[in-house]
Design a protein around this ligand. Structure first.
Ligand SMILES: [Zn+2]
Length: 227
């Protein structure tokens, strides 16, 4: 009689331990809403439980973030226009060689931001992270957030070129900036969201900026996100 009770209980307990991992490749599992490394292999695909994509933000586990970013790159959801950026985000290092030869460890917040934006359904081109970005913000003596790996520029969102897309690109540009603004108060709140419009200065787009109060020269063709 005891066996009749204990054996099914044992199987039930075992399945509780194993089930959360069965949908994923060896090495990674989604625990809660986070991709977590549990072994040495990269996942082939990641499926988050229902509700996660609208809820929890990605964890700060750099190995898991890099694995997830590589999946998005392979799927064409994230495109890195600059070869050094792409290499650092897909070779598992999270380190990008800067123009002056210095290896820069990319801010974990930048990587979390990529993952949450892609989870949210945005496909996008990162025109520059470290890339070939200059040290200073154009026209000023201030060191750019790009220089040490704390910022990225987005030039295309959901197939719409921010610069040449004009009116057609405006809705998705605004959706993208609104989502970034919605992170206010979370632990993934950007310090800077900068874009003046789609190829021209647009007050409605300007109103969604963060960290600056007016037009920043050269930002009609991309959205700059800084941490
Ligand atoms: Zn920028």
């Amino acid at each position: 009689m005891l066996k009749v009770i204990i054996i099914p209980l044992f199987i039930a307990a075992l399945s509780l331990l194993v089930l959360p991992y069965t949908n994923y490749s060896p090495g990674f599992a989604v625990v809660g809403c986070h991709l977590t490394k549990i072994g040495p292999y990269a996942p082939k695909d990641v499926v988050y439980p229902p509700g996660c994509q609208n809820g929890a933000l990605p964890s700060a586990d750099r190995v898991a973030l890099l694995a997830q970013i590589k999946i998005f790159v392979d799927q064409g959801k994230i495109v890195f226009a600059k070869e050094n950026d792409k290499l650092g985000m897909t070779n598992g290092s999270g380190v990008v060689k800067r123009g002056d030869g210095v290896d820069i460890t990319i801010d974990t917040q930048v990587m979390r931001s990529f993952v949450t934006l892609a989870n949210k359904g945005f496909t996008f081109t990162v025109s520059s992270m470290i890339g070939s970005h200059s040290k200073n913000v154009s026209g000023s003596g201030n060191v750019s957030r790009h220089w040490d790996g704390h910022a990225f520029d987005i030039s295309v969102i959901n197939g719409q070129d921010i610069d040449t897309g004009g009116a057609a690109a405006k809705p998705v540009t605004m959706d993208f900036m609104k989502y970034l603004n919605s992170l206010t108060g979370s632990d993934l709140e950007p310090k800077q969201i900068i874009c003046s419009g789609n190829g021209r200065v647009d007050p409605e787009v300007l109103a969604l900026q963060k960290g600056v109060s007016s037009v920043v020269a050269g930002h009609e063709n991309h959205v700059h996100v800084g941490y």
